[in-house]
Design a protein around this ligand. Structure first.
Ligand code: AFD
Ligand code: MN
Ligand code: MN
Length: 424
């Protein structure tokens, strides 16, 4: 299914007067409005190929109908999102869930929708049919060299697929760890993992990056071999300058100060990529901004501050990706909500008066510092984000158009009501 540009224009036309009033109101207060709008227009968030189907829990999966049955249909779905919001211009693939059988064809299809290929993701947390060795007791950390080798070779294969598609990075998330005390020698597990990562690193093309994603727990519940940012940072430092840490918002222990982690990783030049989602308890993979929007703002505040301090391009300096999955929503509607939350929060972070904040910090003026941040966070920037979308040819209100156009019903008609997308 396609949403024609003239349709979008019609919807926009009917909402224009209302939008203009709201935009003029906020624009009047912002000095560098054009520069901010341009940053919003440039900012793109990659959609994970595994988030287009209804997510499951370990108890059940309630498929929603019209789910993409192939990589082609996943690309079409992201194309729809991007046509609506103009901020989802990339896809992040998981191998072997989404092997591009015909890379040239997949690349062309993606380009037709204005999509690029962001980080490739490997998978050594599941056994695949016909696989020689099992990952039951880990992959890159495994006590058996043959199993480590299998994991390394899989990652090298993922890089090859990525090269064919024009991707420039590999994200490695390992579920490796242990479930019970005594199961693992921590030091040996670390060294085995490092050695495996080094072999993958050696196969990275010159212009590629490798992102080492950490996660506190699950599926292992006693120890995780890349369990926190310190461990990821250690691997990234030992690997070399093409290796970075990837922060997934849901991968911390409760109440971790993620904004501080982000600030320090950026300072060290070792923050590579981001997985956006939200959580109440653990790796809940909920819609971005649905639980802790202020935390998200504080993180974006550090991202903008840290990237500016290094003269980095906000849009291209880091890999921006969503990693969310859910079992009670239409995945496409959920992704529209997540991207919107990211854009709103980014816009708020751009509004922070850095000079004044700096001055307040130097004067130990705690109250003013807090006021400056909250002033930005409490500003309703939705019209700003909508204006950026309008200028890029997207919809003023993507979700409303999605519903009016009955996108899900159409997808069910095209694909059937009992389709299940690959993923978890
Ligand atoms: C995991 C990680 C990781 C991985 C994904 C698989 O967040 O990014 O690729 O889930 O679905 O929890
Ligand atoms: Mn993740
Ligand atoms: Mn996760």
């Amino acid at each position: 299914m396609n949403i024609e540009q003239y349709k979008l224009n019609e919807y926009n036309q009917s909402a224009l007067k209302d939008h203009q009033r709201k935009f003029d109101f906020i624009a009047a207060d912002i000095k560098s409005i054009e520069a901010i709008l341009q940053k919003l227009i440039n900012f793109q968030v990659a959609i994970p190929s595994w988030a287009l189907g209804t997510g499951g829990t370990r108890f059940a999966r309630f498929a929603g109908g019209g789910e993409p049955r192939s990589l082609e249909e996943k690309i079409e779905d992201i194309g729809l999102l991007h046509a609506l919001n103009k901020s989802s211009g990339a896809i992040s693939l998981h191998i072997p869930w989404d092997i591009p059988e015909n890379a040239a064809h997949i690349k062309t299809l993606a380009a037709q929708h204005g999509l690029k290929f962001d980080a490739m993701n490997s998978n050594t947390f599941q056994d695949q049919p016909g696989q020689q060795h099992s990952y039951k007791f880990g992959s890159m950390q495994h006590v058996n060299k043959a199993i480590r080798k299998q994991a390394v070779e899989h990652n090298i294969e993922v890089i090859k697929y990525g090269v064919e598609l024009g991707s420039k990075s590999l994200t490695v998330w390992l579920s490796d760890g242990s479930c019970f005390p005594g199961q693992l020698n921590f030091r040996k597990a670390f060294q085995n993992t490092l050695e495996s990562l080094q072999e993958v690193y050696a196969a990275l093309p010159g212009d590629w990056k490798i992102f080492v994603e950490y996660k506190a727990f699950e599926p292992n519940f006693y120890s995780t071999t890349v369990g926190d940012w310190g461990q990821s940072f250690l691997y990234a430092n030992k690997l070399g300058n093409k290796a970075y840490t990837l922060v997934d918002l849901g991968h911390h222990l409760p109440n971790a100060n993620i904004e501080q982690i982000v600030a320090l990783l950026l300072m060290e030049g070792k923050l590579g990529g981001f997985h956006f989602n939200d959580s109440k308890y653990g790796d809940d993979d909920l819609t971005v901004g649905s639980i802790k929007p202020y935390q998200l703002f504080l993180i974006f505040n550090e991202l903008v501050e840290g990237m500016d301090a290094k003269g980095m391009n906000h849009a291209t300096g880091l890999g921006w990706m969503i990693d969310a999955s859910h079992n009670v929503k239409d995945p496409l509607e959920d992704l529209l909500q997540s991207v919107e939350a990211i854009m709103i929060t980014y816009a708020q972070a751009l509004l922070v008066d850095r000079n004044k904040l700096n001055e307040a910090q130097n004067n130990n003026d705690v109250v003013t510092a807090q006021e400056i941040l909250q002033q930005a966070f409490r500003t309703d920037v939705r019209a700003l984000v909508a204006e950026a979308r309008l200028r890029s040819g997207g919809a003023l209100n993507p979700l409303a158009v999605y519903r009016s156009e009955k996108v899900r019903d159409n997808l069910i008609k095209e694909r059937g009501s009992k389709t299940v997308a690959t993923g978890l």
